[in-house]
Design a protein around this ligand. Structure first.
Ligand SMILES: Nc1nc2c(ncn2[C@@H]2O[C@H](COP(=O)(O)OP(=O)(O)OP(=O)(O)O)[C@@H](O)[C@H]2O)c(=O)[nH]1
Ligand SMILES: [Mg+2]
Length: 313
């Protein structure tokens, strides 16, 4: 991947005439509307994990888009859910705090579930946004064109959006108009990160996320939600291979058998799929060692959540 690491000083806008814009833009919306897919499409990079299941994203993910005259700091967030346990409370807080702390926001709805996605509760959260809010009506590849105009009218009557842009994050439709709308609401200012930086989160974080992505893809029912990943060792060996040891955390001993599978087949499948994706992400050979660990009710325990990195940042 491109360089990650910590922020290292400021860069000048290419224009150098004070017309440069930069700011944080929160991507918010109900679970599964396509927030992460949209951020990745805008960045043209697979950064934030995506699965068909709701509640895939659990923490905010920074994606930096640098152009000649602007730097957009996209913040992908967990879905605006109704929390039932401590992890979900953390997820909701993470989304709401990001919305409060950003210069602007893009609210995202799934065009096929418009009424559910732009309900009073979501509108209430959007009112707490510090800056202007743009609406992206996503997944327009799944609705007839004629359904769009009435939807735009209803959206405009529900919230004072700065702009409303129909998109398909999956097909790449409407991304240019959306990006232009985002840049229009960005405050003036210099770039905050070096031009070649894609995120400020370490490779280690994304390695854990990729493993979790493959848990979400491979497992059924409650298991994806009962699992977490902790990267215990990440060492670059002298031969150029990244040596990674990670724990798959589950809640009950009875879940262990399912994750390991008959003759270890499930764990092997998850490991090889995740390893392939990590190689692609890190762009170097990877040795991946996965172990399954039981931590009873980790989703409900503050201390366990903190150990897994689910802490406010
Ligand atoms: N048809 C279609 N599917 C899409 C589009 N955008 C996203 N999806 C699909 O919607 C599902 C959810 O996408 P995500 O990007 O993970 O959604 P999210 O809002 O980040 O979800 P959470 O992180 O769980 O809140 C995936 O299966 C995507 O492929 C789109 O424009 N069209
Ligand atoms: Mg997501």
């Amino acid at each position: 991947m491109e360089s990650t690491g910590q922020m290292s000083g400021q860069t000048e806008g290419a224009a150098g005439d004070g017309s440069h814009r930069a700011g944080f833009v929160a991507l918010v919306g109900k679970p599964n509307v396509g927030k992460s897919t949209l951020m990745n499409a805008l960045l043209q990079h697979r950064l934030s994990i995506v699965t068909p299941r709701p509640q895939t994203t659990r923490q905010r993910v920074l994606g930096i888009l640098t152009k000649d005259d602007c730097q957009v700091l996209f913040l992908d967030t967990p879905g605006l859910l109704e929390p039932g346990y401590r992890l979900q409370e953390y997820m909701l807080q993470s989304a709401v705090h990001t919305l409060h702390d950003s210069d602007a926001a893009v609210a995202i709805v799934d065009a096929t579930r418009f009424e559910r996605d732009l309900d009073d509760r979501v509108a209430g959260f959007l009112e707490q946004s510090r800056g202007p809010v743009i609406l992206a009506i996503n997944k327009i590849d799944r609705i007839p064109r004629t359904a769009l105009l009435p939807m735009i009218d209803r959206a405009a009557s529900r919230f004072p959006f700065a702009e409303i842009v129909p998109v398909s994050a999956l097909k790449g439709d409407g991304l240019e108009p959306l990006l232009s709308a985002v840049i229009r609401v960005l405050p003036a200012g210099p770039a905050l990160y070096p031009a070649d930086m894609l995120t400020d989160q370490p490779e280690r974080f994304f390695v854990g996320e990729i493993i979790r992505e493959h848990l979400f893809l491979a497992l059924r029912e409650e298991l994806p939600y009962a699992s977490a990943v902790i990267v215990e060792d990440f060492t670059d060996r002298s031969n150029g291979t990244a040596f990674i040891q990670a724990g798959i955390i589950i809640e009950r001993t009875s879940q262990k058998g399912i994750i390991i599978g008959k003759n270890g087949r499930m764990l092997k499948h998850i490991g090889s799929a995740a390893r392939k994706a990590i190689v692609e992400f890190l762009d170097r050979p990877v040795y991946l060692d996965l172990r399954v660990k039981v931590r009873p009710s980790w989703r409900k325990k503050e201390q366990e959540l903190r150990r897994l990195g689910y802490t406010r940042r």
